[in-house]
Design a protein around this ligand. Structure first.
Ligand SMILES: *[C@@H]1O[C@H](CO)[C@@H](O)[C@H](O)[C@H]1NC(C)=O
Ligand SMILES: *[C@@H]1O[C@H](CO)[C@@H](O)[C@H](O)[C@H]1NC(C)=O
Ligand SMILES: *[C@@H]1O[C@H](CO)[C@@H](O)[C@H](O)[C@H]1NC(C)=O
Ligand SMILES: *[C@@H]1O[C@H](CO)[C@@H](O)[C@H](O)[C@H]1NC(C)=O
Ligand SMILES: *[C@@H]1O[C@H](CO)[C@@H](O)[C@H](O)[C@H]1NC(C)=O
Ligand SMILES: *[C@@H]1O[C@H](CO)[C@@H](O)[C@H](O)[C@H]1NC(C)=O
Ligand SMILES: *[C@@H]1O[C@H](CO)[C@@H](O)[C@H](O)[C@H]1NC(C)=O
Length: 342
């Protein structure tokens, strides 16, 4: 069992102590200063893509409710922020299997709080990932090429996606998350790189989005080269509190316009069920289903939706583009889907 505690002093003058207990119960302290870190206020102590990185480990347990605070405000300020510069995540896990994080507070990351790549059988619970609304690129959890992942009982508030589900993920169960501020629990962005892989069997349930820009979100680049399929998504029992775009499939994703217009997204979205969703939409268009012209969304099912919009521009509406599917149960705003038989 590994138990980790962190002490960060200040941004440059930091001191980090990692204590690891083996199964026999003996503790080992790793003093990062012995590995080259300097707390002189000048040295850039990041050599890697994360402050703390775990690789090629089975049966890792990170616990103890310790705090990692990377005090990122300096790098978020508009004068210092550089979109093209890769800033370190608070923690990264690569090729880690049969492992879990239970209890961790991560604050003010410079980019994402937790990054996962090629993890299998990984449980994440009771984490609190917090960065302010205006902090760029501070995803809560960013994860790719992973399978059998459970994320539950956690609070994520950040300036970017609460959870970003990237290429090659299968079999996720995400539940009891409060997300806000942030950009929702998102598929993508996908489509940009040819080597991307399908994403399958993702469940998100019993979750609250509070004051976020998006809630349920799919984003694929408009001019995307990757021909992949995204399927088997279930979003169920979800409350929206003042969310700008509660349900949003955006296959013309372009965060920093103008984007090159080379053609339609080649990402096929299919078999997505959105069930029992209620609450308030800040925008009039509460349900936005804008799919690819070349690869229209298929088998999109809306069941029991009640999203209200309170504004001078009238009640909430739904928008459909290149999408096939069906709607049943309560349906506010009224569905724009035609019948599945079409
Ligand atoms: C993850 O949680 C499930 C139950 O929700 C449990 O069966 C499994 O053993 C856990 N895996 C790890 C690695 O903790
Ligand atoms: C998350 O941690 C922050 C900072 O410690 C704290 O202010 C906030 O109340 C915590 N949120 C939850 C839901 O525990
Ligand atoms: C949901 O997660 C919160 C922590 O964010 C926890 O306090 C609460 O007990 C969980 N609810 C359930 C039903 O497990
Ligand atoms: C939403 O967040 C605000 C603070 O930002 C809080 O006061 C409110 O209780 C939250 N609402 C829900 C339903 O969680
Ligand atoms: C659709 O996705 C669900 C998971 O959300 C899965 O159980 C079901 O088998 C899928 N249906 C088809 C026809 O692929
Ligand atoms: C939908 O939500 C509104 C506002 O919360 C509520 O007044 C209304 O009764 C709900 N409609 C249904 C059919 O549940
Ligand atoms: C709708 O907005 C108006 C003006 O902001 C406010 O007075 C009213 O309480 C709101 N109604 C609901 C149901 O939120």
């Amino acid at each position: 069992m590994a138990c980790i505690s962190y002490v960060f002093k200040n941004l440059c003058m930091f001191l980090l102590v990692v204590a690891v207990a083996s199964r026999s119960g003996t503790w080992k302290i790793f003093d990062v200063r012995k590995y080259g870190a300097k707390g002189d206020g000048k040295t850039d102590n990041v050599n890697q893509d994360a402050w703390i990185n775990f690789q090629y480990i089975d049966n890792l347990i990170v616990t103890g409710h310790g705090t990692v605070d990377s005090q990122g405000s300096h790098s978020w300020s508009s004068t210092n922020f550089d979109m093209n510069r890769r800033l370190p995540a608070n923690m990264a896990f690569d090729f880690v299997r049969k492992s879990r994080i239970n209890g961790l507070i991560s604050l003010n990351s410079k980019s994402e709080h937790l990054n996962f790549f090629c993890v299998y059988h990984f449980n994440i619970s009771h984490v609190n990932l917090t960065a302010p609304r205006n902090s760029p690129n501070t995803d809560g959890i960013k994860i790719g090429m992973s399978s059998n992942v459970k994320i539950r009982d956690s609070h994520i508030g950040s300036g970017d996606d609460c959870i970003a589900i990237l290429s090659g993920n299968t079999n996720f169960d995400i539940h009891n998350i409060t997300c806000g501020p942030g950009h929702g629990i998102s598929l993508g962005s996908l489509g940009k790189h040819k080597e991307e892989k399908n994403v399958e069997d993702i469940t998100v349930r019993d979750t609250v989005f509070n004051g976020t820009s998006d809630g349920i979100r799919f984003k694929t680049w408009e001019s995307s080269v990757a021909e992949i399929t995204v399927s088997g998504f279930l979003y169920e029992n979800i409350k929206m509190v003042d969310v700008r775009h509660p349900i949003n499939i955006d296959q013309k994703y372009c965060p920093y316009p103008p984007c090159p217009k080379l053609g339609d997204s080649h990402v096929q979205i299919r078999n997505v069920t959105v069930k029992n969703i209620w609450g308030t939409s800040r925008n009039k268009v509460a349900v936005n289903l804008q799919c690819s012209k070349s690869f229209p969304c298929k088998d999109i099912q809306l069941i029991d939706i009640n999203l209200t919009h309170n504004g001078s521009d009238g009640p909430a509406t739904a928008l459909c583009e290149n999408v096939k599917g069906s709607a049943r149960g309560k349906m506010f705003p009224p569905s724009c889907l035609n019948s599945a038989c079409r």
